[in-house]
Design a protein around this ligand. Structure first.
Ligand code: NAP
Ligand code: MG
Length: 516
């Protein structure tokens, strides 16, 4: 099978009127289908449960996006057993055929692009560009992992030994439990699930309860792309209720999780226990939180740095694991930087995602309460520069909030807030800035603004950060070009969208034959 080399899917420019019009038309179309009910799908069979749950529009909190059947512990067990049966045939399907499913899925996602964006705008509160970047990233994952599988399915180098024919092949692991977050509700869900599936594993996908519709769309796309029944099982429901059953099941071979540190730690502990009937140690891929910094040296263009910090801090309301939540600024340019950030942030408009405001709502009532709590803490820990209050509307709107003069060890400098809150920290010099940037339990993304090559070299050596950028913002990782994953409590450094990623869902089998 020959394929053209991978290239990233371009993100649409919504300043072009035709694109904006298409997006609005798709929103109007999707609106006609809001409130529909969707079943679980186990082994190709639709399962309608008595208990259901709804997903809501965070921009207009009374609006129901969709109603979902709700997985129970007994259905979770069924789903694992079904996936285990499907594994017996899917594992032998040739790599080319499995890759072809992903290539087809990418085509279907392109065709349904504005519809996917529309659901995401309504269910997650992303503006048009953020939603389209998410869909484009999902397409990238499909295209990239299909190619990667073909590479892993090819001949693998082993050192020749006299009188022997030696061969190393990569085979799948088995049943995987896939648990994505809501913040890249399509891209991360698609990437995690498709990587596992293309390798020949079968999957029980439990989407986030905030954004189950994005999982439903992925399920529809994969079905149309030809994934056999039982290979992708769709099990919406509460992570707290079905998560432990899925993770602990003796037939679960691996868990692929992206979400908070707390849940990641819990899954890792539970997965470590060997249950009766279990004949392997489970593999856990856990990508978790971040507390990402941008270091601003005095030898840099402070205007550019301020713009990049504001973009990285407040894009999608700061609800990115890669979001900049701390700006560590050299004392020589500190006051100028704070002033520039204030000017930029004061101007940001907050409103419904559907109307494509620069900033929309945060995801839920719970998120809103937690973020407002951190804002109160910030008011005690530093100087409020901008925001600090809710914004108007029937959604979870919070003004972009900036605090200056924050101590490096302050609560809002140490804990992941996952919302539109930026802490600015004054640093006496570059070396101290690097120490501050390394002073949390996380190590996901970060950026340094400096024009001094020696300082850049120092930062490259000392910063313990999985995705480290220079003279650009710390968000916006591209599949293929910026393999993504962090150190320490940011997770297992799986480097999603990179060339090591599929190995996490494969095991190597060596076959050696003595030649006569
Ligand atoms: P979360 O609350 O940890 O939830 C993530 C997923 O875990 C959801 O599907 C959730 O289901 C499920 N879950 C909850 N309890 C569970 C349990 N006991 N067993 C199994 N699954 C369980 O995280 P989130 O709020 O969705 O996402 C935000 C977090 O993700 C942030 O910390 C962010 O930094 C992190 N994140 C990290 C990366 C990365 O690449 N490192 C990327 C994106 C996001 P329910 O929805 O039903 O509770
Ligand atoms: Mg919602």
């Amino acid at each position: 099978m020959t394929v053209i080399p991978f290239v990233n899917e371009p993100v649409l420019d919504f300043k072009i009127q035709a694109n904006a019009d298409k997006q609005k038309a798709a929103l109007a179309e999707v609106r006609k289908n809001l409130g529909k009910s969707y079943p679980l799908v186990i082994g190709g069979k639709e399962v309608v449960t008595e208990q259901t749950f709804k997903s809501y529009n965070p921009s207009d909190k009374d609006e129901v996006i969709a109603v979902f059947s709700k997985g129970t512990t007994s259905l979770a067990k069924d789903a694992i057993e079904t996936a285990a049966k499907a594994f017996e045939s899917w594992k032998f399907v040739p790599a080319e055929e499995r890759a072809t499913v992903l290539f087809r899925a990418a085509e279907i996602a392109r065709r349904r692009r504005f519809e996917i964006n529309a659901y995401m705008i309504l269910e997650a509160g992303k503006n048009y560009t953020e939603a389209d970047a998410d869909t484009a990233e999902a397409i990238d994952f499909l295209e990239f992992y299909a190619r990667e599988l073909l590479r892993y399915a090819g001949e693998q180098p082993v050192t020749p030994l006299p009188g022997e024919a030696n061969q190393l092949v990569y085979i799948p692991l088995g049943v995987g439990v896939v648990v994505p977050p809501w913040n890249f509700p399509f891209a991360i869900l698609v990437g995690m699930s498709s990587a596992a599936i293309v390798c020949g594993n079968t999957v029980v996908l439990k989407p986030s309860s905030e954004t189950p519709m994005m999982g439903r769309l992925y399920f529809e796309i994969m079905k149309e792309a030809g994934v056999p029944d039982g290979v992708l099982n769709f099990l919406p429901g509460s992570g707290g209720e079905v998560g432990d059953t899925l993770v602990a099941h003796p037939k679960t071979r691996f868990i692929s999780f992206t979400g908070s540190m707390q849940v990641g730690i819990h899954i890792n502990e539970l997965a470590a226990k060997v249950h009766p009937g279990q004949i392997w140690l489970k593999r856990v891929v856990a990508e978790m939180g971040g507390k990402d910094s941008m270091v601003i040296d005095h030898e840099c263009n402070v205007d550019e740095a301020a713009e990049a910090v504001v973009a990285a801090a407040f894009g999608f309301q700061g609800q990115k694991c890669s979001a900049c939540s701390r700006a560590i600024v050299d004392a020589k340019v500190y006051d100028a930087f704070v002033e520039k950030v204030k000017v930029l942030v004061d101007k940001i408009q907050v409103g419904p995602a559907e109307e494509n405001y620069q900033m929309g709502p945060v995801i839920s009532k719970g998120a809103e309460a937690s973020i407002l709590g951190y804002i109160e803490t910030g008011k005690k820990e530093g100087r409020l520069i901008s925001g600090g209050v809710k914004a108007d509307g029937n959604g979870y709107y919070i003004r972009p909030t900036v605090f200056a003069d924050i101590d490096p060890m302050a609560v809002i400098s140490q804990e992941e807030i996952f919302g539109p809150v930026l802490a600015i920290i004054k640093s006496p010099d570059f070396e101290e800035s690097l120490k501050i940037a390394n002073n949390t339990i996380y190590g996901l993304t970060g950026a340094v603004y400096s024009l001094n090559r020696e300082k850049i070299a120092l930062a490259k050596k000392h910063l313990l950060i999985g995705n480290l950028y220079f003279n650009r913002k710390c968000t916006g990782a591209m599949v293929g070009g910026h393999p993504f994953g962090g150190f320490n409590m940011s997770g297992t450094d799986s480097k999603a969208g990179g060339r090591d990623y599929l190995l996490l869902f494969l095991q190597a089998k060596l076959m050696s034959e003595k030649l006569k």
